[in-house]
Ligand binder design. Sequence first.
Ligand code: NDP
Length: 297
Amino acid sequence: GMSAQVIDGKAFAAKVRAQVADAVGKLKSEHDLVPGLAVVLVGEDPASQVYVRSKGKMTVEVGMKSVEHRLDVDTSEADLLSIIKSLNEDPTIHGILVQLPLPKHLNEDLVINSIDPAKDVDGFHISNVGLLGTGQKSMVPCTPLGCLMMLRDHHGSLSGMDAVVIGRSNIVGKPMAQLLLGDSCTVTIAHSRTKDLPDVVRRADIVVAAVGRPEMVPGDWIKPGATVIDVGINRLDAPEKGEGKTRLVGDVDYESASEVAGAITPVPGGVGPMTIACLLANTLTACCRANGLDEPE
Ligand code: NDP
């Protein structure tokens, strides 16, 4: 059958990181500035550890300073807040990321809102959420920003397109919807209470799936020619690869969806790499703003 164009997030992300590295080099040579990113990880969630390691590695690769705080799973809220306070006050740190989810005894909202909004490179502080919602200059959450960049790259203008976002989390679904609205899409946000989800999705020129359910969206929910952005990262057992082996799949059934869609992001190699590239871009932006310099595009 027909086959969708594959949107290569891995290659796009490499291009974005190269641009960031270039700008970091200029900051260093022209202004003697080195952007710094601090990542705070509480506890030993294995997926979070993988993300933090890979963020640290790529931060160094683009020439930035990388700081990691790995804290005990039973770290007190007071101790965590005091580490964030010292990072807020540290002039060599321009971006602060607290890896989510936090252990249950810590108040996630309180912790996130204790980050200096200017250093909130995840864009989760209420002040950045409000700025985004009102169309003002803010820090934009990395995963939705990466999705938007791929959509703009593929389509040029998104104006007037019907977009359906499946998922309404604060970290993906809601900010994704805000960004699409900002680009003049007609936006529908679907979630677990949505009626007739297949029909809702069938209306969409753009589908963003951010649910966390492996291969939930089949090809027959996709309008022919639509663009499909698969945010989901789900680990499934893969006994065919050997005992104890696993494989990653998205929230979209790639095989059937790629028969119908006009373009689609793979998992892995789609949204994931773009997320980290956008984190580095946000750190660069934060550093420029902190020093009154022109922002990179
Ligand atoms: P959440 O669990 O916070 O949110 C999931 C959303 O999906 C909720 O709004 C929920 O609805 C909705 N949902 C659940 N079941 C259904 C259903 N049957 N039909 C319709 N909607 C449903 O997840 P996140 O937003 O944090 O993450 C979503 C996915 O994206 C995960 O797989 C995660 O691993 C991945 N992810 C990937 C990133 C990347 O870099 N690529 C970064 C962040 C996340 P309700 O609100 O009603 O419960």
